[in-house]
Design a protein around this ligand. Structure first.
Ligand SMILES: [Zn+2]
Ligand SMILES: [Zn+2]
Length: 258
């Protein structure tokens, strides 16, 4: 008993310190700004291929494994989503498989929760420029450095119009047909570019087909959509080049790490 006694004041002190530190952390400092709203807006929950979606109030952070949820001849043959394909693909080309195979990625996208126009309209880089709702990467209209035309690559798009590059990153340069015909519609939301502006399919909600001539130099325009009834700038996939993005991001791009 006597040997245990000295432990009590210490334990009590520890409890007091714990309780006071908890209450301190809860005390609002009147000189700081109110806490950011870290609720993830509903529209981002449409990114069904994400393993996590969080917000710090400034950026939405989306993690995906980058692999398609639909069949593809680019999956290893022992994968349940492997399916051989022959026939025509985008633009009427006869499908010709490239030598690459789909590999699991570890993407972390950070896109601004309040996208803003950026007068610099930075050029989109080669590689990942955005994400589709199934977590797959979106690429721009070029096949390689110095604005190499995509033409030679189009024949290797599978029946849902995606293909993997040499490290196994599966991606869409053009309308992701699985999303616009199975998961959403031709006028539905299909993804976001890194600048946070949404990407829609090749039709308006009225059913009108959108072509590049209906869009600005960045391949978008502004009007209300079902997801953004107050109106928002948005990109459209079109059947004609540049398919998704033109002369750069409309807004300030966030980041993607892999
Ligand atoms: Zn490609
Ligand atoms: Zn539109």
């Amino acid at each position: 008993m006597t040997t245990k006694k000295p432990a009590f004041p210490n334990l009590f002190l520890a409890l007091v310190l714990m309780v006071s530190s908890f209450s301190c952390s809860k005390t609002e400092d009147p000189t700081t700004l109110p806490e950011e709203n870290t609720t993830v807006p509903d529209v981002y929950k449409k990114i069904y291929g994400a393993s996590s979606i969080t917000s710090d109030g400034t950026y939405i952070t989306i993690k995906t494994n980058g692999v398609p949820d639909h069949k593809s001849p680019y999956y290893p043959t022992n994968n349940p989503l492997y399916e051989a394909y022959s026939g025509t693909t985008f633009g009427g080309y006869t499908f010709a498989k490239n030598p690459n195979q789909i590999a699991t990625q570890s993407f972390t996208f950070k896109i601004p929760v309040n996208p803003k126009v950026d007068a610099n309209h930075a050029a989109t880089p080669l590689g990942v420029i955005g994400l589709a709702l199934n977590g797959v990467a979106l690429f721009n209209q070029y096949a390689g450095p110095n604005n190499q035309a995509l033409t030679g690559e189009i024949a290797s798009f599978d029946k849902y119009y995606g293909h993997p590059q040499n490290t196994g990153q599966y991606h869409y340069h053009v309308e992701p047909l699985y999303l616009t015909t199975v998961k959403s519609t031709k006028s539905g939301l299909v993804g976001f570019l890194l600048d946070g502006f949404p990407v829609y399919g090749p039709q308006e909600e009225s059913g009108t087909t959108v072509t590049s001539s209906n869009l600005d130099a960045y391949h978008g325009h502004t009007h209300a959509t079902l997801d953004f009834p107050a109106g928002i700038y948005h990109y459209h996939f079109t059947a004609d080049a540049p398919y998704l993005n033109g002369n750069g991001y409309y807004g300030t791009a966030g980041t993607v790490t892999r």
